[in-house]
Design a protein around this ligand. Structure first.
Ligand SMILES: [Zn+2]
Length: 452
């Protein structure tokens, strides 16, 4: 509507101008080089307008002819870039699909077409990795270190490779360099923490763990347990350096952080005994027993009660039974104290009750011991040992990563080096390998040789 109105307005203006000119006739005469040209003013005006139009058209034509080479160059360049990005995209899709050959082909194509080293180098490295060409991948990742925008990606590639081939020293160095570039990257903090812990750098690991928890790389609950493990390891380290006060302080912190954590409670109790503080040591074991009855705690309790005679020890072990009356470990602990005190009836009573709760290899061995010591009955002892052969395996400190069994708790698996991987459980592999009467060390060796 507005356009139509505008057109009518323009038309009216032209008609008005034409009428105005017709009403005012006049002549234009030009004298030039002896020639005389005469024409009406209207014709002269129209000729002048036509000449201006022609000049404008000529100027535009000339300009486009002069600019043509540049435009063609730009057009061709944009086509090349388009093809380059297409190759890059196809290469990335091939990497995602695991198609190594296409990925490598597209990486080369994109590299030739695009002047975008950060993108093409990463694709080339990934394609090389996919093809199993680790050396080429390493070269690309190393080249990426030279440019600030790709340095972190390069470090990440090299770090992943170092972890893959098990070069933890190199991996730790790379992870620390990467953290200097991007201090709050969650996966990096989690990886760095694990590497520092595996390297036994407990103090650094504790600092990194704190950061990793804040960055959300490690859940708070898991972080609390990891921290307790780190503190315990710091306690062992302090003890090795002869700093018994620090050893005790770290163990106390670990226990306060995780009161139901058996290794922390058992260690704290032992260190308290060594410091001559028997009463607090007993309290630590008794309190923890309520939450988590465990043979290591029973062992620590025996050390706490070391100055008492065997009969008094039985009385005191009854305290543990009151903390967890229906737990198999409470009955076993009391039965062992009774065996030491030669209270055969009481020992038998608790072993039978433990058997009613949960039969195990260890229980049958204790029953055999009882038969030998009380009645010197070798046949009955052998019967119990025969039962032990078919009984469920005893729980042990078993590595969740490699299944190796360790006979004492530690922050690191002695077999695969994993940090905080030991769980108190029946080792599934050892069941088929363990023979009755086989010393624990042999069973471990068998498990290890199978796992390796
Ligand atoms: Zn392991």
């Amino acid at each position: 509507m507005i356009r139509a109105l505008w057109f009518i307005l323009k038309l009216a203006a032209v008609i008005a101008a034409a009428v105005w000119l017709v009403e005012r006739p006049g002549m234009v005469s030009v004298h030039w080089l002896g020639y005389v040209v005469e024409m009406s003013f209207t014709v002269a005006l129209l000729l002048a307008l036509a000449a201006m139009g022609l000049a404008a058209f000529g100027y535009r034509f000339l300009r486009s002819v002069l600019r043509a080479p540049g435009s063609i160059r730009r057009y061709r360049r944009s086509r090349v870039r388009e093809a380059g990005y297409r190759a890059l995209t196809q290469g990335m899709v091939a990497v995602a699909a695991g198609d190594a050959v296409t990925a490598r082909k597209m990486a080369r194509k994109a590299d030739g077409l695009l002047n975008e080293p950060p993108l093409t180098m990463l694709l080339s490295a990934q394609a090389a990795q996919l093809q199993g060409d680790d050396r080429a991948a390493q070269q690309y990742f190393t080249a990426m270190l030279d440019r600030p925008e790709t340095a972190f990606l390069g470090l990440r590639g090299l770090l992943t490779h170092a972890i893959k081939i098990g070069d933890r020293v190199e991996a730790l160095e790379l992870a620390r360099k990467a953290r200097a570039l991007q201090p709050n990257t969650p996966w990096l903090l989690g990886t760095l923490y694990d590497l520092e812990a595996r390297a036994g750098d407990w103090a650094s690991a504790e600092g990194t763990l704190q950061q990793a928890i804040q960055a959300g790389a490690i859940p708070t609950e898991d972080g609390r347990r990891h921290r307790a493990v780190l503190l315990l390891e710091r306690s062992f380290e302090a003890e090795r350096r002869g700093r018994s006060d620090a050893a005790l302080a770290h163990a106390q912190s670990a226990h306060d952080l995780l009161p139901g954590f058996v290794p922390a409670a058992a260690r704290l109790a032992r260190l308290l005994v060594a410091a001559g503080r028997l009463k607090p040591a007993a309290k630590v074991v008794e309190r923890t027993w309520k939450q988590a009855p465990h043979p290591d705690l029973a062992e620590a309790y025996r050390e706490v009660l070391g100055s008492y005679d065997a009969l008094t020890r039985v009385k005191l072990f009854e305290k543990l039974l009151t903390q967890a009356p229906n737990h198999v470990e409470s009955h076993i602990a009391l039965a062992r104290a009774a065996l030491d005190a030669k209270l055969w009836g009481e020992a038998r009573d608790h072993l039978k009750r433990a058997l009613g709760i949960e039969p195990s290899h260890r229980l049958y061995r204790l029953l055999a011991e009882l038969e030998r010591n009380e009645r010197h009955d070798e046949t009955a002892a052998r019967d119990w040992l025969a039962k032990a052969a078919n009984a469920p395996a005893d729980p042990a400190w078993t590595c969740g990563s490699c299944n190796a069994v360790s006979h004492a708790w530690g922050g690191l698996c002695g077999h695969c080096g994993a940090f905080d991987s030991l769980e108190w459980k029946a080792p599934t592999l050892a069941v088929s390998l363990m023979e009755p009467g086989l010393p624990p060390a042999t069973a471990t060796a068998l498990v290890k040789s199978t796992a390796a």
